[in-house]
Design a protein around this ligand. Structure first.
Ligand code: DGT
Ligand code: CA
Ligand code: CA
Ligand code: ZN
Length: 582
């Protein structure tokens, strides 16, 4: 069983508290679980370590009884009281309780009287009219619950970029076909390629606004039209996310795009600079302020016009975080960022030889479709027993296959032999040196240690990077967005050592990893670190996730010359640590 980190423990205790509230337990009891959960989420040390040393009761809010429950949780993934609570009321009821206007008492009533065990079931019960017929409810109360449910669904947390981007692109394609439409551009956090997206903003330049509004209401994936006015329509999609579409006249498109791209911080800073220059910028254009209330419109058809009016070149949307990009734009010092087209191959891809679903040949065909020059095979190394990591015999077989595929490759991508090593508790990796020397390159990753101290994990990574055969560190912080916190690490020390040892840092492009992330990349660049943007594909189709890694690299100000897999094969190989040493 994977080790539970503090966030996971906290989530389970929270669930326990919520289920107790639904069950009508004494307030003191369910609040005690929630208080403990909050304390644990913020606690700096991993509870798994404290449990081993019998120190769980050091955590505020954790008494002797709760300590026993947490020990059971760590050992088995659950504890008896939680099992009992889940048997009495389904966990999906917790989300029902959170719907505005529902609460614990009504959630219990909906479950006991109507069998509602999830928000989807609540939706159906509302549709059938069951809710309004319930004792103490009536049409008015049911309508309030329906509104609450819409609000809840619209604000049901944020989605991964990978869930938002294809939807926005689909919507944009449909809207581009509407007569009179000149341009369609996703804006907001999506255009900035934030790792998660609250809602999707799409900006349309068109002469006939109502035609666009009508088209938005008719988009194939619209579940509900929330609001539709003269120039703005908001819809909920069947997939959940809200999409806001705004229409502007072509002359305003640049100003509106700049405004609705954000970020808010970037825009606030920009408006301050405009004011100092006697200018005003808003979503309608750039204006020169004259005497009294007189103002003259001097631009706004394109974003470049907006920035040029402020004496700036246009910063790429990914940089608009107000963390230095405005100064760089003003002094002509914006970097030429990495682009997807710069990528020449993927350096992290698994096959059916371990835990993935595609063969090496399938991966190669997918890489060929992407126009790649090379592709690596990097299956899991021996020590990762839960996925039956590669034995040396299995590696010999794989290498023979690679030789055969490369010998008859024609125009297909060249296959590099790699592996994903496991960094052990002491920083050592799988296999003997004579085996390690036979790979074209090695990735090494932390697959354990989420409960270890930052000191210990940092030491493990530093030791791994000292290994002359460890060329790349895979998904360096181990985070999974929304599900797992990064391993405790002194990231600055790790990045400094990466620069000093010439170890490449991965930008894992798998959409729920995106690891290293933007802020780490900026820190790494200061240490002269080079990067590999890699998908960690477990299916051939996953090779297409490269775009998410490139977006994250761009947010980190990374340029093509800093990326090893933006180099031709010879340059890539020559820059690897093992070959630079020789
Ligand atoms: P999200 O949706 O939470 O992922 O983040 P955004 O950045 O897409 O935020 P959203 O959808 O509320 O607004 C889109 C952009 O519009 C935002 O990045 C900046 C601009 N914007 C919207 N409202 C305001 C505002 O009141 N002030 C300023 N300065 N900008 C705004
Ligand atoms: Ca948004
Ligand atoms: Ca929005
Ligand atoms: Zn991997």
């Amino acid at each position: 069983m994977p080790e539970l980190d503090n966030a996971a423990i906290a989530r389970r205790l929270e669930l326990m508290g919520d289920l107790l509230e639904i069950a009508g337990a004494d307030k003191f009891r369910f609040l005690s679980y929630r208080k403990a959960a909050n304390a644990i989420r913020a606690w700096p040390e991993q509870l798994s370590v404290m449990a081993e040393e019998g120190r769980l009761t050091d955590v505020p809010g954790v008494g002797a009884k709760l300590a026993v429950a947490i020990e059971r949780l760590l050992a088995t993934g659950t504890f008896p009281e939680l099992e009992d609570a889940m048997a009495a009321y389904p966990p999906g009821l917790v989300e029902v309780m959170q719907v505005p206007g529902v609460g614990a008492k009504r959630a219990r009533q909906f479950f006991e009287k109507l069998g509602v065990d999830s928000v989807d079931a609540l939706d159906r019960a509302l549709d059938r009219g069951d809710v309004e017929r319930l004792g103490g409810m009536g049409p008015k109360s049911a309508e309030a619950v329906r509104r609450g449910l819409a609000t809840h669904l619209a604000h049901r947390g944020r989605m991964l970029l990978m869930d938002a981007l294809p939807l926005a692109e689909h919507a944009s394609e449909e809207l581009a076909r509407v007569p009179g439409v000149e341009r369609v551009e996703p804006a907001g956090s999506l255009r900035r390629r934030e790792e998660t997206i609250g809602d999707i903003d799409v900006l349309v330049s068109a002469t006939d606004a109502e035609a666009v509004m009508a088209a938005v209401r008719e988009l194939p994936f619209v579940a509900e039209v929330i609001a539709s006015g003269a120039t703005k329509t908001s819809v909920l999609t069947t997939a959940g996310p809200q999409v806001d579409v705004r229409v502007v006249a072509p002359a305003q498109f640049g100003a509106a795009l700049q405004y609705f791209t954000g970020s808010r911080e970037h825009n606030v800073h920009l408006r301050e600079i405009a004011k100092r220059r006697g200018l005003k910028i808003n979503e309608y254009g750039v204006f020169r302020m004259g005497e009294g209330s007189a103002e003259e419109r001097i631009g706004g058809a394109t974003e470049d016009e907006v920035y040029a009016a402020l004496g700036m070149t246009t910063p790429p949307p990914e940089l608009r975080t107000d963390t230095g990009e405005i100064g760089a734009a003003a002094s002509g010092a914006l970097p030429k960022l990495l682009e997807l087209a710069d990528i020449r191959g993927d350096l992290h891809a698994h096959t059916t030889s371990t835990d993935a679903h595609s063969t090496l040949e399938e991966n190669r065909a997918a890489a060929a479709e992407l126009g790649y020059e090379y592709l690596a095979v990097t299956d899991h190394a021996y020590d990762l027993r839960m996925v039956r990591g590669m034995s040396v015999d299995e590696l010999e077989e794989q290498w023979a296959l690679v030789d055969a595929l490369n010998a008859a490759r024609g125009d297909l991508p060249y296959i590099l032999t790699g592996v994903e090593l496991n960094i052990g508790a002491d920083g050592s990796v799988d296999y003997d040196e004579d085996v390690l020397a036979r790979f074209d390159f090695c990735i090494a990753s932390l697959h354990s240690g989420f409960g270890e101290s930052a000191e210990k994990n940092t030491a493990r990574l530093l030791a791994a990077m000292d290994n002359p055969f460890v060329d790349i560190i895979g998904h360096p912080t181990g985070r999974i967005i929304g599900r797992r916190d990064p391993v405790p690490l002194d990231i600055e020390a790790v990045l400094e050592a990466a620069g000093a040892t010439g170890t490449v840092m991965e930008v894992n492009a798998y959409p729920d990893r995106l690891d290293l992330k933007d802020t780490h990349l900026r820190a790494a660049r200061r240490h002269g670190v080079r990067f590999a943007i890699s998908t960690d594909a477990h299916r051939a189709e996953h090779l297409r996730y490269m775009r998410y890694g490139v977006s994250m690299a761009r947010r980190g100000w990374v340029t093509a010359d800093e990326v090893v897999n933006a180099q031709p094969l010879g340059g890539l190989l020559g820059s690897l640590k093992r070959n630079r040493r020789a």
